[in-house]
Design a protein around this ligand. Sequence first.
Ligand code: ABN
Length: 172
Amino acid sequence: MKYYDALTERWSRDLAKAVSRRSVLRSLGALLIGASAAPLLPVARGHAQTAPGSEDPDGDPNSCEYWRYCATDGFLCSCCGGSVTECPPGTEAAPITWVGTCRRESDGKDYIISYNDCCGKAACGRCLCTRNERDRPIYVPRLANDLNWCVGSQSDIPYHCTVSRIVGIAEH
Ligand code: ABN
């Protein structure tokens, strides 16, 4: 124990000789100011605002030409404060959806996409996208995109935008 006491005392004395009190206070102050500013730094939220260098290799998710939107009909949630797969804050996905099958050129596979309307706020109004590939009339509702699926959700809350979620790979 004595050995550790002596060692610690020597380290403390050496440190006191090498570093002034003012410089210790200056470093502590800088550390505290830096730490308090950290929460104010800009943060990329959702996929709509991608960090530089992390762009989607399959294209621009804010463009109607993006591969997953082949059967969509509505406002893209990625332009409305959400992302390709996430509803914007203050809205929730309708539990009933329609599905489409879209080809992803980067791997040549066909994916089954669930299009979920996000409900709870007035229509977003940005990035209207109407591709309608293999869309069927509303009497085939699981393949019909021209339906407001929010009407089936709790208390008929309004339609805001649509997300596109991969639910499987189509096997031919
Ligand atoms: N499923 C998209 C949609 C929402 C409201 C009205 C028509 C289509």
